[in-house]
Design a protein around this ligand. Structure first.
Ligand SMILES: *[C@@H]1O[C@H](CO)[C@@H](O)[C@H](O)[C@H]1NC(C)=O
Ligand SMILES: *[C@@H]1O[C@H](CO)[C@@H](O)[C@H](O)[C@H]1NC(C)=O
Ligand SMILES: *[C@@H]1O[C@H](CO)[C@@H](O)[C@H](O)[C@H]1NC(C)=O
Ligand SMILES: *[C@@H]1O[C@H](CO)[C@@H](O)[C@H](O)[C@H]1NC(C)=O
Length: 476
């Protein structure tokens, strides 16, 4: 089976798969809400405004040309063609989108990235892909698989994943994503190529790299003039994209051209809690890992047996020990510590920072937005928005200051004061998860194939192997 036939089968399969995905986007409150594509409107909403339903037409639900192979002559050897609410206005509120991914032969790579708002289900149409994702801290287990045509693989929401073409021919895959606007965060680019750059001290410590390597990576991965990027919405405009590739390659080899993604309005990052809503007062978790059955969340204890201790934790007044290579310590208080948090969609952490550079290194929470309050000290904090902008938004915080880190985005905190710093953070999940970027990428178990990281980070293979041999401290 090839070409059109396989494409149709794949589409039918995806259509079926979509109905199984549980959407993290808001549920529709009506048949549809075709977006008004008016960016001149100065108001930002979570999603888009609806058009008058009477005006809806077939074209609002339609896109064509996803059968056409894309040009993969770029530094990573892959091209992602997104079909989300920016291309199909009728996807607004429906919690689903699609992408086509083309991979060049002999190593075309969709480099390590995350989707802050969507799980992904991918089907291979042509070629042979080595794919994988890394679980949250502390295990950072790398789960990989070699996929052949017809194979399907799932990448859970927020986790770092990649696909590498290990075959001698082109490879093609289609992916369904459980959001109208899944967002993409290409790890290497968001960390080393944010705009403006992250303070090199943060990255030197977080990645255990020489400062010269960090600044050289930063200069290579810095964003080029944003106007050189183009958001292609139709394959007929591909020549424009090629033109950009030429322009960019000349000046900036390292930028990844996943530039076809929707601009992310900051407002849309403030998603409602993605944990399941409670269906009863509470569901105190049974802390029984001997139980061979795993559920989304934990089993409930008989409500009659619930006691105050199920909702209680003490000791968060005690400073964490920051005598470690990062100079920070996170003390989490989630459903593992307080079983009564089960199904309630919230948790807490205390973060201690050593003076003069204690760092909570770049990390994400795949399942939670974070709201942090500083109690003592002075913190330089920041987060990086999704592709294509990867805008770094930073702030220096003093005691009493509060800052929000939207769900799934890479963020960090650095103590720039001469004293200890202390902060408390609340999360919109009973189990937000932590993915420490450096550790998940270079310290996964087993290691990610060095070819993937050499290409993604444009590092010498020896540097990658050196990094993979390092011990990565886990501060939480
Ligand atoms: C919506 O507007 C954006 C920005 O102007 C544009 O790139 C995109 O192609 C438009 N989408 C549709 C379906 O018209
Ligand atoms: C693909 O892109 C490369 C680099 O921009 C260009 O040289 C080449 O002609 C393009 N190929 C096709 C088939 O458009
Ligand atoms: C803090 O941790 C270090 C390194 O593990 C250890 O040597 C030290 O005794 C600890 N300090 C306290 C107060 O527990
Ligand atoms: C639940 O079990 C885990 C693993 O055995 C343990 O680390 C944790 O402390 C337990 N939590 C409670 C509240 O007993």
């Amino acid at each position: 089976m090839k070409g059109v036939e396989l494409f149709l089968v794949a589409s039918a399969f995806l259509a079926f798969a979509w109905s199984l995905a549980s959407a993290s986007d808001p549920d529709p409150l009506q048949d549809f809400c075709v977006a008004i594509n008016d960016t001149k409107d100065g108001v930002f909403v979570n999603g888009k405004f609806c058009q008058d339903p009477k005006l809806a037409k077939a074209e609002d639900f339609f896109y064509s040309g996803l059968n056409i192979p894309r040009n993969t002559s770029n530094p990573v050897g892959s091209t992602v063609t997104q079909v989300n609410v920016a291309q199909i206005l009728g996807l607004n509120t429906l919690g689903i989108s699609l992408a086509r991914i083309d991979y060049a032969p002999y190593g075309g790579l969709n480099p390590p990235h995350t989707h802050p708002r969507a799980s992904e289900i991918l089907v291979v149409l042509e070629g042979t892909l080595y794919v994988g994702f890394v679980t949250s801290n502390p295990e950072n287990r790398l789960i990989t698989k070699v996929l052949y045509p017809g194979d399907v693989f799932v990448f859970p929401v927020g986790l770092i994943h990649f696909q590498l073409n290990i075959g001698k021919t082109n490879a093609v895959a289609f992916a369904g994503l459980s959001s109208q606007n899944p967002g993409v965060i290409t790890i290497a680019k968001a960390v080393f190529g944010s705009n403006p750059p992250i303070n090199p001290d943060v990255l030197t410590k977080a990645f255990q790299l020489d400062k010269n390597i960090v600044t050289s990576l930063q200069s290579r991965l810095q964003p080029i003039n944003r106007h050189a990027f183009k958001r292609f919405t139709h394959p007929k405009q591909e020549n424009l994209e090629d033109l950009n590739l030429v322009t960019c390659q000349a000046t900036m080899k390292g930028v990844y051209f996943l530039a076809s993604f929707l601009f992310l309005a900051l407002a849309s990052s403030f998603a409602s809690a993605s944990d399941p809503s409670p269906l009863q007062d509470f569901c105190v978790a049974l802390n029984d890992t001997k139980n061979a059955v795993f559920v989304n969340g934990k089993f409930c204890k008989d409500p009659m047996l619930a006691k105050a201790e199920d909702f209680f934790f003490s000791g968060l007044n005690v400073p964490g020990n920051t005598s470690n290579q990062l100079g920070s310590k996170v003390t989490p208080v989630n459903v593992e510590q307080i079983p009564g948090l089960n199904t309630l969609g919230v948790s807490l952490a205390r973060v201690d920072f050593a003076p003069y550079g204690g760092l909570n290194p770049p990390h994400t929470h795949p399942r939670a937005t974070e709201i942090l309050v500083v109690l003592e000290g002075t913190l330089y904090v920041g987060f990086v928005t999704s592709n294509p902008d990867n805008r770094l938004i930073t702030k220096v915080l003093y005691p009493g200051d509060v800052f929000v880190f939207p769900v799934g985005l890479i963020h960090f905190q650095l103590n720039i004061g001469k004293t200890n710093a202390v902060a408390f953070a609340a999360f919109g999940s009973q189990n937000p998860g932590v993915i420490t970027i450096a550790k998940a990428v270079f310290g996964s178990n087993p290691p990610i194939n060095p070819d993937v990281l050499t290409k993604a980070f444009q590092l010498d293979k020896n540097v990658v192997k050196y990094l993979q041999s390092q011990f990565w401290w886990d501060n939480n």
